[in-house]
Design a protein around this ligand. Sequence first.
Ligand code: ASP
Ligand code: MG
Length: 412
Amino acid sequence: MPRLVMKFGGTSVADVQRIRNVAAHVKREIDAGAEVAVVVSAMAGVTNELVGWCKEAGSQFDTAEYDAVVASGELVTAGLLALVLKDIGLKARSWQGWQIPLLTDDVHGSARIAAIDGTRLIQGFKADEVAVIAGFQGVHKATDRVTTLGRGGSDTSAVALAAAISADRCDIYTDVDGVYTSDPRIVPKARRLDKVSFEEMLEMASLGAKVLQVRSVEVAMVNKVRLHVRSSFDDPARPRPGTLICDEEEIMEQEVVTGIAFSRDEAQITLREVADKPGVAAAIFMPLAEANINVDMIIQVVSDDTTTTDITFTVPAAEYARAMAILEALRAKIGYAKLHGAQDVVKISAIGVGMRSHSGVAARAFRALAEKGVNIRAITTSEIKFSMLIDEVYTELAVRTLHTLYGLDAKG
Ligand code: ASP
Ligand code: MG
């Protein structure tokens, strides 16, 4: 008997009508003979509202109480779906994180899963009962407090549960029908991918393709949980296959580039005429690290006079002002001539495991962008991706150019 985890996000459970539609998807799988655990998010917009109330309520912000509040959204959906499932004649019960139990560490607001005991869920399957699980939440055993897994965390709940109960599949239902070669709002010729490897998906997720929480992909990769991203808006009687996220070996025909991602959430900082001597990079980046500012691309220019150099790097747009203030305050200590910043930049990335075995992949992009007159401010590369920082006004042009260049455009 196949065992399945089905996860439904906020837009898929936005109201009771949508929840009835979810129940129809569940019934289809039950009728086909599967044992099913369903993981649900809060109804669309509910978590944001709960977060807003927490901010309004507490000047003494307490993350444990924050978790107690924001975890409540999923409880409502789990109960409602169990009710609806019973209404259409299935056996079902709702599960809160602590009841399973799904144990986590005590980092409130972004807890990590420590262990899941699937015994009781499996007992329920033996009694033909659908398990309806509140995603996003767990419990820290020693303190006996409810925790949450970070925004978008019900994806991770679903994947970790699939691993814990040795599910044959984990289907992530969302409001799109799969993972695309790029954002269809920017690239009209973007197409749905049949298969993506875990590693590529990890890069795409962290580069701003917002279909899955990054951590859920990590958990899937480590535990080899095959994920299907598919649409809950499909007719429950005739769902489309969606995108399979799986091991690289399962993908026979590998394109060199699988997807083009972009992130507008970047800002560039440049320090001019920094002393070219040991310890300077540390003097710049240690204070930023201590302030929890995540630095991404880093470029140090090789100096010709060997006494000074220029250093450019990027930070998340939201941290730009803080980073600039820190560097300004440290001007004397670091010793630089000028501090520049730019916020109207975008990071464009091409991702594909095929890059490991092909040379010149990035070079073709540089030439194609040059031909369109797009200047590249910074470049970084890794084994299966390369990223370029460019002026934000060229986002669409650059993304579309690369999408065509690597043969990703939909036919016809
Ligand atoms: N409801 C939570 C959130 O909005 C968790 C999730 O939807 O995955 O972040
Ligand atoms: Mg989500």
